[in-house]
Design a protein around this ligand. Sequence first.
Ligand SMILES: [Zn+2]
Length: 139
Amino acid sequence: MYSTIFVMRLLCALLVFAFGSFAMTPLESRLDHQMKMWQKRLSLEDWTLSIRLVRQSEIDPQSWGMAEWDPLAKTGTISVLDPRDYNLHGGELKLDMECTIVHELVHIQVSPLDARDEGVREEVVNKLMAALMHRACPN
Ligand SMILES: [Zn+2]
């Protein structure tokens, strides 16, 4: 009897662990929701995109996000800097994370017209991001 309870508990713990590793944190699900909303607004609904939090060491220094995509499969991943490495807090952090999502989605949107020069690409993407956000982004 005792051992059955123990086994049950162990199974429960394993299940919680297994599902927990797939489930999104509240922050990730908020960002995922925001990304889907902006995908709709930018008519990128036919893309299958996922969002993930990354540490600064995983992306370029001085950057707050990154996007990788496959234009033929219309799939991709948007990486957003983990709040632990962000230079902002509270409302400014929330707003800037949304700016990052919009910035990366605009990269995907304009990719068929991509300029060779990275500086030119960034300028166009930032102008469109600012127009979409209706306000200045903290970073
Ligand atoms: Zn960029």
